[in-house]
Design a protein around this ligand. Sequence first.
Ligand code: TRP
Length: 409
Amino acid sequence: MASNGQAEKVAEVEENVGDNGDTVTPWDVQSKSDKGIDYDKLIERFGCQRISDDLIQRIEKVIGQPVHPLLKRGIFFSHRDLEFILAQKEAGKPFYLYTGRGPSSESMHLGHLIPFVFTKWLQDAFDVPLVIQLTDDEKFLWKNLTIKETMKLAKENAKDIIACGFDLNKTFIFSNFRYIGQSPEFYQNIQLVAKNVTFNQAKGCFGFTESDSIGKIHFPSIEAAPSFSSSFPFIFGEDSNIPCLIPCAIDQDPFFRMTRDVAPRVGLHKPALIHSVFFPALQGAQSKMSASDETSAIFLTDTPEQIRTKITKYAFSGGQSTAEAQREKGANCEIDVTYQYLRFFYDDDEKLQEIKKDYTSGKLLTGELKKILIEHLQKMVADIQERRKKVTDETVDEFMKPRPLSYKY
Ligand code: TRP
């Protein structure tokens, strides 16, 4: 089977800092360049594949509709074994989606939305079941939070996620602290992975050192296990081996490079992946949007006024410093955060093209561009807040209850 060939190469040397100074681990993303991470170099270093135009066309053929703008525009840009998943679909065979979220703040920000917006689209386009892992345990290990606090944040974040519109009949959301006690099969898969990864491999893959807690060193096996369908016996059956596709930002790849190394050795399918680039901080592409830095992020709880102020004050501009100079020389969209945010969230291709042309030529001024983004985000965030208000504690409990999901196999 295509996805079950040889074991992945998991090196025992440092893979998380490139020779260009780009650092990418699940817990730290930094670039030395003002253009941000060099994704071509990263793809090479991680050993994944760029998504080609041909592959996009093949996806469109399989699902019988155009792909989501996030894929068309190269925001989801890289993959592992996506062809295998498409072949499954073409052959009428099942697969499922797996993604997750580390609940570290009360409210999610715009960057957190990207994988969920895209996953929701995948769920609809392919009509497949989805499992969502909330890693309250991860945040307990890495942040200065109590267990109780991380569990509460998980529930709050579940509401934001549900507000993205997931189908209750096809979606299971689980928190690690709660679910491990409910599913022996999940814990068994965690140990299956843990037994097959050495400390040396974990160091090479994640940059752990001797002074990291043993909790951190073991954690990757907990993020790995949902890649195996038997972790969810009530959905897929106890001895199932149904292929999995994981949409995620590329900083999560080390977890699944590790998982893909283990899978064939324990007779299970390797998970396939589809990776996104990072969502830039308001201050520019050198760092990603972070919930721990208030001024870098727009939160899903922000008021229209807060959205306006943050973009006006902080959004890094690739335009000129005066209106005259901008009219004359135009802007650099590549480094302009306002334009970049429009690329992530403004779905109208034709209008976006026009905006890019006018801003690059100097016909459009930075203030005018910001106004377009501000109005767009104010509406988008208000809509999410509206939907979130309707998500009750009972709704969360329904999504988080282990149960069969309905889907056609
Ligand atoms: N570690 C991720 C975070 O901190 C959460 C996560 C768990 C995840 N499983 C995943 C993300 C699978 C993507 C895919 O946000």
